[in-house]
Design a protein around this ligand. Sequence first.
Ligand code: TC6
Ligand code: NDP
Length: 304
Amino acid sequence: MNEVPDMANFEQAGAPRPKFGFTESELAAMPTVYREDLLAGQVVLISGGGSGIGKGLAFLAARLGADVIICGRRAEKLETTADAIERHVGKRPLPVSMSIREPEEVDALFDRIYTDYGRLDHLVNNAGGQFPQDAIDFSRKGWMSVIDLNLNGTWWMMQAAAQRWREAGSGGNIVSVVANVERGMPQAAHTCAARAGVIYLSKTLATEWAPHNIRVNCVAPGVIESEGFHVYPEEALARFHDANPMKRRGDVWDVAEAVVYLMAPSGKFITGDLLVIDGGQAQNGAVWPAGRPDYFGGKAPNGV
Ligand SMILES: CCC/C=C/C(=O)SCCNC(=O)CCNC(=O)[C@H](O)C(C)(C)COP(=O)([O-])OP(=O)([O-])OC[C@H]1O[C@@H](n2cnc3c(N)ncnc32)[C@H](O)[C@@H]1OP(=O)([O-])[O-]
Ligand SMILES: NC(=O)C1=CN([C@@H]2O[C@H](COP(=O)(O)OP(=O)(O)OC[C@H]3O[C@@H](n4cnc5c(N)ncnc54)[C@H](OP(=O)(O)O)[C@@H]3O)[C@@H](O)[C@H]2O)C=CC1
């Protein structure tokens, strides 16, 4: 696996800009279609909020007045992101280091949120990911790890939230960031299986949990330029823009604003749905996250 670049520290380290995605100053200044107090008084939990799409959403939610909690495995990354949001937006998210794969750590996270804030309005299941590989070569551990993260981990978070909301009689809102799986995902079959599971889990919960006033939706990003791109080889990255008819990568703001649409009153009659943010990729073709094989006509003019 490629080494994970410490993207969260790039500004402090004086590096010019992140290899993928926006700088913190850019996230603080991105224009938004939303009014600045849209989420005032609301508490928003974002898993994987220390990097990439989750970090972009954490900036946006804080800018819209929410109290934000960001969780993920790496404490240092979360602290750095929390510091940056405090510095740029004037409101510090609560960083909580934990793994969504561990139900006990999920319970402890929710206990902490209810102790500190007394409520939770929105859960955004953004933590997730995978490695690119042909399915025929998956190791048992690799398969288990991707399913555990994306399906089981997401479920532990959903159930913990819903149980707190039922107990409080408050209702709540869940948005899960999945992936565009409509045409399958060659070289990412493990994540395709897990994300399809989350989509149909969400559709089911939307009905089961409607009596508790809980809405459950998913957003499916296509190719979104973020720190998460470090997982993919250069030859695959060079072709990512080809996956959609717009011939470009989306950005984390595209996803962040879509998530807020579902969180805000604009989404109050939407549940059990899947919002696809992919520049038309679903109509176009596969991404090939490990690089397009020759068999599928993969060679670009520059040979990658
Ligand atoms: C497609 C374009 C659009 C999508 C974009 C995005 O999603 S961007 C977002 C992108 N962001 C992310 O994806 C971020 C989150 N993703 C991750 O943290 C990892 O990809 C994870 C889900 C595998 C968890 O990893 P972890 O170490 O915490 O978990 P662990 O210790 O439980 O199991 C590890 C096991 O997995 C296996 N294995 C791992 N790599 C490879 C490989 N290259 N090759 C083969 N196998 C590989 C290997 O078996 C390894 O065990 P080993 O051999 O070491 O004993
Ligand atoms: N960028 C893209 O093109 C696309 C992204 N997606 C999905 O969007 C989501 C965000 O990805 P993106 O921002 O691009 O990439 P990132 O790799 O930056 O985001 C993944 C986040 O998940 C966190 N995470 C991973 N494992 C765990 C765990 N066990 N417990 C808690 N947190 C965890 C990571 O933090 P840490 O490592 O510190 O735990 C990280 O912050 C992911 O689910 C991704 O698969 C889907 C389709 C396309």
